[in-house]
Design a protein around this ligand. Structure first.
Ligand code: SAJ
Length: 396
């Protein structure tokens, strides 16, 4: 297995493709965007992830990685396309379906097809069915799920070091996929079936969502009872069997705020806690907005500085960001003069970005929305004459 096609060159596909290329595989990245394809073929990147730019440049220069709009035959086909949800929170697997159909155009006997995208239970079997229907005489084809588990900001490290759960549609598929992952993963590569692998990934992110919801719920209760929630969490976590996560302005990103819905939609009757956690986390931005508006009422035309717009610390990713959601809603409500500090991006359409220093000088109200490293250096003394709403507890 020497030739690999990676379908979808986003936050998972591009790092995976580059890593495999750096391990000596001949990799073709396929994307529907001509702009993305051109950018990569020029040796550049369209996403921000530590060290990715250097790696992509090196593997494009050494001709191990190239990009195209259409695939050519390969030994391994890795699907890393988005799996969002629809307006009704049902999973949208149309990109996976489209990728499976594209793969069928070049599929050959003995090929391995791997679904890496986080997907609802049954998606890997769906791919296998599409292949069987389109190419009934091309057999064997191995099909497996190997959910990505990397965290933005540490993707290249975690791609190699994290354990992988691999589930094929049959035992042979599992074994072939395991052998492939063992060629570049240092972590343990663990065998299961496709449905369990799919559920495993959804479970990991739901575990996190439920635990963050617990912390967010506590933050509301503590606010009412005049208790510092961060001190409370720290103290409770001294118990050897308690490990509460951190409250914040809400849960963002395209994983934890999305994947639990795949479980809820698969079994709404029983997924009560998982569903409620989603509702709690999704309601948190509104609670923060109300806090800011109540505070703003004490001024005639306050300058409100929002620190952070990304969905979490030290990244540039604004997708599904609760902080950006809060900022945009504040803007609509005309609560005051709104300024934003976001050290990781150059501009955000429609918003006034200023430096941290300027924000501290000018603002009446400071809203800490993200615990970026630049903000963590702030001290309560620096902000003593400001009204501060600290959703991340960095001043504790
Ligand atoms: N958050 C909190 N409190 C916390 C931890 C996180 O409010 O204590 C918020 C963050 O600010 C952010 C959101 O949750 O808005 C998600 O951040 P995250 O760092 O927990 O996770 P993601 O979405 O960047 O990546 C997750 C990871 N999953 C788990 O840790 C179980 C990653 O390993 C997955 O690969 C990724 O989802 C994915 O692609 O599914």
């Amino acid at each position: 297995m020497n030739k690999i096609n990676v379908y979808g060159l986003g936050y998972i596909g591009l790092p995976t493709a580059s890593l495999l290329a750096s391990k000596g595989y001949e990799v073709l990245g396929i994307d529907v965007s001509a702009k993305v394809v051109d950018t990569i073929n020029e040796g550049n990147v369209h996403i921000v992830e530590p060290d990715l730019d250097v790696l992509v440049r090196s593997v494009v220069n050494s001709k191990k990685l190239s990009a195209a709009l259409q695939p050519t035959p390969a030994d391994v086909h890795i699907i890393a396309v988005p799996t969002p949800f629809k307006d009704n929170h049902e999973p949208d697997v149309s990109y996976v379906e489209a990728a499976a159909n594209t793969i069928c155009d070049v599929l050959e006997v003995g090929n391995l097809v791997i679904l890496e995208s986080t997907s609802p239970v049954g998606s890997t079997e769906m791919i296998s069915d599409i292949i069987k229907k389109r190419l009934p005489n091309v057999s064997p084809i191995y099909v497996a799920h190997s959910p990505e588990r990397v965290i933005p900001g540490r993707v290249l490290h975690e791609l190699i070091e994290n354990d992988r759960v691999i589930g094929g549609v049959d035992d042979q598929s599992t074994n072939v996929a395991i052998e492939f992952y063992q060629s570049f993963v240092n972590g343990e590569v663990i065998a299961t079936n496709a449905r369990t692998a799919e559920m495993c990934k959804l479970t990991e992110n739901s575990f996190r969502d439920v635990n963050i919801a617990f912390a967010n719920e506590l933050s509301l209760i503590c606010d009412k009872l005049d208790i510092n929630v961060w001190e409370l969490v720290k103290l409770a976590n001294h118990h050897p069997r308690v490990n509460i996560l951190q409250p914040g302005p809400g849960v963002g990103g395209h994983c934890i705020a999305v994947d639990p819905w795949f479980i809820v939609s698969a079994d709404p009757e029983h997924a009560k806690l998982i569903h409620q956690a989603r509702l709690v986390n999704d309601a948190k931005p509104q609670w923060v907005i109300e806090k800011i508006l109540t505070c703003a009422k004490q001024f005639t035309q306050p300058t409100i500085a929002c620190l952070g717009a990304a969905f979490k610390a030290d990244i540039d990713d604004l997708r599904e960001s609760p902080s950006l959601n809060i900022i945009k809603q504040l803007q609509q409500k005309n609560a005051g003069d709104l300024v934003v500090v976001e050290p990781n991006v150059k501009a955000i359409e429609g918003l006034k970005l200023i430096s941290l220093e300027q924000a501290i000088n000018e603002a009446d109200i400071i809203v800490i929305l993200v615990d970026h490293k630049e903000f963590k250096k702030l001290t309560a003394a620096q902000l003593q004459d400001k009204y501060v709403i600290d959703t991340k507890g960095i001043l504790n």
